[in-house]
Design a protein. Structure first.
Length: 273
């Protein structure tokens, strides 16, 4: 099990509560884009289903379909099953299946699916080219893969910057950054990767994801998801002082400052025959 998988096992509940709502508009937009293509009898693969947001959204839109969601994290799959139990009626619930698997080694036969979808996952896989080829393999001829992911950019979100400043001012360890190496470098690169993986009629376009935080929702996002491990390891009095200082400094920010705006990319292509 990788460190990344272990982390997602730990933070599944925080992801569902604090991160999935941030991604929800882009997930809905992806479903909107493929809606004209989705037939009622299709079998859909959700690559990196996470807490099941995309899979459940697909079943609510197209109740005659079936969806198989794969994820490397058993904790995320458990959250997806719980969400499906809550949001889907008995008939629709039986049409969702979760499978513990990784994107570049899918445990399915060639041509098993009509449509493959993925939201904010293909930037995480160790080898995106291999994952795209696997998606192509499990699609039937002319089957569609469509995904949304992050575009590589310099993200400047003032609350994040203030959090880093508070860590420094209190003499605490700076948080580790991986520079998001898997983010898509450009729209053109996204389209090129799809074509090299054997997809035809490829389209790619940029978009924006925006989400406005309150002070308390941002602090909960940090403590229950983004910085869960680091903040959980601090001594209680140090953690309280850090969060109180952060809360005080965030009070000076406007609603505009508290809104994240990140560039994303929507990509789709059909399996060539």
């Amino acid at each position: 099990m990788t460190d990344q998988t272990e982390r997602y096992d730990r933070i599944a509940a925080g992801y569902a509560r604090w991160w999935a709502p941030v991604l929800a508009p882009a997930v809905a937009e992806l479903l909107d884009e493929v809606s004209p293509r989705a037939a009622d009898d299709e079998r859909i693969l959700d690559i990196g289903t996470g807490t099941g947001q995309l899979a459940i959204g697909a079943l609510l839109r197209w109740p005659a379909t079936t969806v198989v969601g794969v994820d490397a994290s058993s904790g995320m799959l458990a959250a997806a099953h719980a969400a499906a139990d809550e949001r889907l009626g008995p008939g629709d619930r039986s049409k969702f299946e979760g499978v513990n698997a990784v994107a570049d080694r899918l445990p399915f036969d060639d041509g098993a699916f009509d449509l493959a979808l993925s939201s904010f996952v293909l930037q995480l896989v160790p080898n995106r080219a291999r994952a795209l080829r696997e998606a192509r393999r499990v699609l039937r001829p002319d089957g569609l893969l469509a995904y949304v992911s992050w575009l590589d950019e310099d993200r400047a979100f003032r609350p994040d910057q203030i959090y880093d400043e508070v860590l420094e001012d209190l003499g605490l360890e700076a948080r580790w950054s991986d520079d998001r190496p898997g983010d898509i470098p450009s729209v053109e690169r996204a389209a090129g990767e799809m074509r090299r993986a054997g997809f035809a009629r490829v389209t790619a376009r940029s978009g924006w994801l925006a989400h406005r935080y309150t002070i308390e929702s941002f602090i909960s996002f940090l403590t229950e998801f983004d910085e869960e491990t680091y903040l959980g390891e601090l001594e209680p009095d140090v953690r309280e002082r850090l969060l109180d200082t952060l809360r005080g400094r965030l009070e000076s920010l406007s609603g505009h400052d508290m809104t994240v705006r990140y560039q994303i990319v929507f990509v789709s292509g059909h399996r060539s025959r």
